[in-house]
Design a protein around this ligand. Structure first.
Ligand SMILES: [Zn+2]
Length: 391
């Protein structure tokens, strides 16, 4: 089942990764109906003209905003607006262009996917590392503590009930939004270097990079610093360049962080506990349990976030162009109901933000201990047994 996850790379996983059951009735039905959808209509899974147009529009948006920021802005207000536009344009490229490319979902031609995937290198993040972190660790082991690297914010946040609670997590639903704004500098100047040095992403051993990959790593980092900081600094004082660079980074990070978190780190999603030897069940059912759609009827949101509001479909069909997700969501929802499975979806973007905020607040509350059993705070909040065991 070539379009189900990037399981071909599972050989790279840690020695005892969680195991999934073989395909069951839900997966078989899903395969049959989606195959009928594509073959019955003559639609191609990839190489959608809409994707190519979108890629050009997004790049033009970035080029126009950057040019105006460096050469057109006449005062601080105009520069701020241009920097915000630069940040949102890069966020759009991150969600709509590089994401499909690095999943192999943009085209049936590998070189086209690589070209789209370079959108990530262009924004300073190493696509070679990201493909392993995102396609393998996150997509295969979604919301499983210890292997889904997207859950790891260090001690700054508690995103899974499996993570230890710290006293400051009580306020994480308030402060974490601010830290999302620094995601890009963290990826570009810290995380990539840590992974390259340690050769590990959490417990996942990084595929050894070739000399060409190491050269590309260095070259793209330099290229990013050149277009984002050095060239603008030829025309403006460095401090001004850094200020508006941070404004752009903040708009970008806040957008990416929020969109990514709404689909998994939410009150609506499950966080399965892993015990040694446990079989996690059917993989596609696991994806349904740990992933949430939002704002499915909002076409502007769908366009800008590259279908990431149809995250259930993205996780089930990561190698299918995101332009097909709205149609596929109707199939997935119907089959989920047929098999008695919960299809998780928030009607609006705002509703998803509230659910994410509630999740952060729930996990930030003091851990509850009753009858010698430690539980998540929300478990017993109704019973009034909440005590401060975590501080
Ligand atoms: Zn993805």
């Amino acid at each position: 089942m070539a379009h189900y996850g990037d399981v071909s790379s599972r050989a790279d996983l840690p020695s005892t990764p969680p195991r999934f059951a073989s395909r069951g009735a839900f997966t078989r039905d899903l395969e049959a109906e989606t195959t009928a959808y594509f073959e019955g209509s003559g639609r191609a899974r990839r190489d959608s003209p809409r994707m190519y147009v979108k890629g050009v529009v997004m790049m033009a948006w970035l080029a126009g905003s950057w040019t105006l920021l460096v050469f057109g802005a006449r005062n601080g207000v105009e520069a701020t607006l241009c920097a915000l536009s630069v940040g949102l344009a890069i966020a759009g490229i991150g969600m709509s262009v590089q994401h499909d490319g690095n999943h192999g979902a943009a085209s049936k031609h590998a070189w086209v996917n690589r070209l789209f995937g370079c959108g990530l290198d262009f924004m300073g993040v190493c696509s070679f590392i990201w493909r392993q972190k995102h396609n393998i660790c996150h997509h295969t082991f979604t919301n499983i503590q210890g292997v889904d690297h997207d859950l790891d914010f260090g001690s700054l946040a508690r995103l899974s009930p499996e993570q230890p609670r710290r006293p400051w997590h009580r306020w994480q639903h308030l402060y974490l939004w601010f830290f999302y704004g620094f995601l890009l500098p963290k990826w570009v100047f810290h995380d990539d270097f840590v992974v390259l040095r340690s050769r590990y992403i959490g417990g996942h051993a990084l595929t050894p990079p070739s000399r060409a990959k190491l050269a590309a790593f260095t070259g793209w980092k330099i290229f990013f610093v050149m277009w984002a900081i050095a060239i603008p600094a030829l025309f403006h004082p460095l401090w001004q360049v850094l200020v508006f660079h941070l404004v752009a980074c903040f708009a970008l990070g806040a957008t990416l962080g929020t969109v990514f978190q709404l689909a998994h780190c939410t009150r609506d999603a499950e966080f399965p506990a892993v015990t040694p030897g446990r079989n996690m069940g059917e993989w596609s059912v696991h994806q349904l349990a740990t992933t949430v759609d939002f704002g499915r009827s909002n076409p502007i949101l769908t366009w800008f976030v590259g279908g990431l509001n149809f995250q259930v479909e993205h996780h089930l069909f990561p190698k299918v162009s995101h332009v097909h997700y709205p149609a596929l969501s109707r199939i997935v929802e119907r089959l989920a109901a047929k098999h008695g499975l919960q299809y998780r979806s928030q009607a609006s973007f705002f509703g998803a933000v509230v659910a994410h905020l509630a999740h952060l607040r729930d996990l930030g509350r003091p851990v509850v201990v009753a009858s010698g059993v430690t539980r998540h705070a929300t478990t017993l909040a109704m019973g009034g047994l909440e005590i401060d065991a975590g501080e």
